[in-house]
Design a protein around this ligand. Structure first.
Ligand SMILES: Cc1ncc(COP(=O)(O)O)c(C=O)c1O
Length: 452
């Protein structure tokens, strides 16, 4: 007798980043198809994808141009490695196309399969570079509490969220976490965003003095924190910390896995927040999630030092079987072309303003303590008492209840740490889609409130 998909899932699948008692006790929601900004479950129910999957399906679902690009590349040449100085056409063209987009002069691009492996690569390249230039003591990476940079052994340590550390024995050595730049939660009573940013910059200076500048290789940051709770940097934050990094020869690794390609109203989050990165990590919207692919952008001064040192070793010994996979690269290249041909960056900027103006009305909702958003990304922090920011008891599982109520309404949003509901629709969403999103979210929050 054949078993249901639900039964097979519960018996055989190990769900990543999931609540495993929920996996055990509840039937899974199984996505079966998608079209535009909508996805459908195993019962045929339609949902507006208000989270673009995991912040990634920028062009929505069922994009025929990307299906065509993948199919053509599979038929022409399905796999050819970049190891041993070989190449394939899509990865060469993708690197060249990315150089037109990425605001790092003269950058080269090293491809991977996920944001996690790309950030892992970033750590390795920072070490390689400093070893190459005769500063082998420079090893430590400064990260922030609340930051999310992946789940490999090294990047889970950069990630500043306790569940990603517990039982995994991370962070390992050489990782320093600073305070999350979360004004609503971390600022002192009456402290302005600017003053809070000054205090964070002082904290960074103190950490550098304590650890020793000559032991610190890099600082890694998302322009805005996604998975850690949708935390926007306080005003002047990056202006204040960048000179400190510069002064101490600390590289700025710009983790744009969520923010790259239009999410914050500019092509890159670094442009929105005035960041001048040394290096950059991209994934997700790079292929609109139609293929697993990531990219690390490296400036010439790092590449040249790495090139020299690797010649001494005999090879640059880092890479993945699928670095520059031709099908993934062909799909990513076509994705970037579609962004250009269809004016997706401009559309996303316009829709972002609309989303912000319509969604920010929810900051007055009795469940909402703090609204945070920019472009096509936003978070609503749910609290018991907005007047004094009192949190719900974790056992109330308020954010999970709210996301469940939204699901009932046919809207996918996500519960983040700190009882924040995240919204991050595909960039192709239009005004009608935004109205539907705001209306369903409002109903979901009202139902959650009524059920308390
Ligand atoms: C900012 C950031 N960096 C890195 C990652 C890790 O990417 P991946 O899940 O593709 O490994 C994520 C994933 O959400 C992310 O949000």
């Amino acid at each position: 007798m054949s078993q249901s998909l639900e039964a097979l899932d519960k018996r055989f699948l190990f769900h990543p980043s999931s609540n495993l008692d929920q996996v055990r006790d509840k039937d899974p929601l199984i996505w079966t198809r998608g079209e535009g900004v909508y996805v459908y479950d195993q019962h045929g129910k339609q949902y507006l994808e208000g989270m673009a999957g995991l912040w990634c399906t920028a062009l929505g679902y069922g994009e025929k141009e990307l299906a065509k690009a993948a199919a053509e590349q599979v038929e022409t040449f399905s796999y050819g490695p970049l190891f041993a100085a070989r190449a394939n056409e899509p990865s060469i063209r993708l690197a060249a196309k990315l150089s037109e987009w990425v605001p790092i002069e003269g950058a080269r691009f090293l491809f991977g399969c996920s944001g996690s492996d790309a950030n892992d690569t970033q750590i390795k390249l920072a070490r390689y570079y400093f070893n190459a230039i005769g500063k082998p003591e420079k090893k430590k990476i400064i990260s922030r509490t609340g930051g999310y940079h992946g789940t490999t052994l090294a990047t889970a340590g950069l990630t500043g969220l306790p569940p990603f550390h517990a039982h995994f024995d991370v962070p390992g050595p050489d990782i320093v976490h600073l305070t999350e730049p979360h004004h609503y939660r971390q600022a002192h009573e009456g402290e302005s965003e600017e003053d809070f940013a000054t205090r964070l910059a002082e904290e960074m200076e103190q950490a550098i003095a304590r650890e020793g500048a000559d032991t610190i290789a890099a600082f890694i940051a998302e322009p805005l924190m996604g998975a850690g709770g949708l935390i926007l940097p306080p005003k002047t934050y990056f202006d204040k910390i960048q000179p400190i990094l510069c002064e101490h020869g600390i590289l700025f690794i710009d983790d744009e896995v969520v923010t790259a390609f239009g999410r914050t109203g500019n092509p890159f989050g670094c442009q929105t927040y005035g960041i001048q990165p040394a290096t950059m990590t991209m994934a997700k919207a790079l292929s609109s999630a139609y293929q697993p692919i990531s990219a690390v952008a490296i400036p010439p001064f790092m590449y040249e030092a790495i090139e020299q040192a690797s010649i001494g070793v005999g090879m640059f010994a880092h890479g993945l079987t699928y670095s520059g996979h031709p099908v993934a690269a062909a799909v990513a290249l076509r994705t970037l072309e579609l962004y250009e041909e269809r004016g997706i960056m401009e559309h996303a900027a316009k829709m972002g303003e609309m989303l912000q103006s319509k969604l920010s009305g929810l900051s007055d909702h009795p469940l909402v303590g703090n609204y945070r958003g920019i472009g096509l990304i936003a978070g609503l922090e749910l609290v018991k008492d907005p007047a004094n920011k009192t949190r719900f008891d974790p056992s109330d599982k308020i954010a999970f209840k709210a996301t469940a109520a939204c699901l009932e309404e046919g809207l996918v949003v996500r519960a983040l740490p700190g009882d924040t509901i995240a919204i991050c629709p595909p960039l192709i969403i239009d005004e009608a889609g935004i109205d539907e999103l705001v209306s369903k979210l409002t109903i979901g929050l009202d139902r959650t409130l009524d059920a308390l």
